[in-house]
Write a protein that binds this ligand. Structure first.
Ligand SMILES: Nc1ncnc2c1ncn2[C@@H]1O[C@H](COP(=O)(O)OP(=O)(O)OP(=O)(O)O)[C@@H](O)[C@H]1O
Length: 235
């Protein structure tokens, strides 16, 4: 059984059904990327998995446990964290205070955990006493990711880790995600607009379009597919 399994997920907002029965699997220590056009439902799928919105139909299991109806805070306690694309840090708290908030439900957090975060993203060490809201979008993204990692999760859902980064820093972010996976054994499920770069570091990829699965395969399979290339990777 995969670490995360979502089967036939139907969800949406109010009366609007956005996901029409989506399947996705993430294995332990895998990097998996979801791509697809704007409005395909990628972020909605992450919110449904994490319990921020209800699954109307279908099932989500994590580590063999049915988490379909758990609240987000309960899902976090199971070892699954979520880094949204926007408003993902406490802007009036310092970098260090944000990391402390990330670790708030973990009584075992130690100075070593902070040092690990600073080694991963040295800019956070330099700016540890700076208010998070005064940092660039890309730096806030690094902080949000680091805050999620303070809990040593088994899986993190990351909505557009490269958003807000200068183009020359995008590859560096993907390299760091690979390092995070390799060093901490954390699996990563991400949504990405920089689809080619994300798929090139991914064990698996999914194409979501109009709230439905269109393609699935290894990252390389999707990169090699003429159809995926033409329809979803800009030719
Ligand atoms: N809070 C909300 N309330 C109502 N509709 C929403 C809400 N959030 C998203 N939607 C709608 O759900 C659909 C899917 O949005 P979603 O953000 O999941 O797409 P996406 O694939 O992540 O797109 P993008 O790449 O643009 O972020 C869109 O039509 C969007 O307008």
């Amino acid at each position: 059984m995969a670490l995360l399994e979502a089967r036939g997920v139907v969800s949406g907002y109010g009366d609007a059904e956005i996901l029409h029965g989506v399947d996705i699997e993430v294995g332990a220590e895998e990097i998996v990327t979801i791509i697809g056009p704007n409005g395909a439902g990628k972020s909605t799928l992450m919110k449904a998995i994490y319990g921020l919105i209800d699954c109307w139909e279908g099932q989500v299991t994590f580590d063999g446990l049915d988490i379909t109806d758990l609240r987000a805070d309960e899902v976090t306690e199971q070892g699954l964290c979520y880094v949204p694309q926007r408003e993902n840090v406490f802007p009036t708290l310092t970098v260090r205070e944000n990391l402390e908030m990330g670790a708030y439900i973990d009584a075992d957090v130690s100075e070593a955990d902070f040092q690990e975060a600073f080694e991963r993203f040295p800019v956070l060490r330099e700016r540890q006493n700076q208010k998070a809201g005064t940092m660039s979008g890309g730096q806030q993204q690094m902080l949000a990711l680091s805050s999620a990692l303070m809990l040593d999760p088994e899986l993190i859902l990351v909505d557009e880790p490269s958003a807000g980064l200068a183009p020359d820093l995008v590859d560096d972010m993907f390299d760091r995600l690979v390092r995070i996976r390799d060093e901490t054994d954390t699996a990563i499920l991400m949504v990405e607009q920089n689809a080619r770069q994300a798929l090139s570091v991914s064990d698996k990829g999914y194409v979501l379009d109009m709230g439905e699965n269109k393609f699935a395969g290894s990252g390389q399979d999707l990169l090699d597919s003429d159809e995926v290339g033409e329809l979803y990777l800009g030719g």
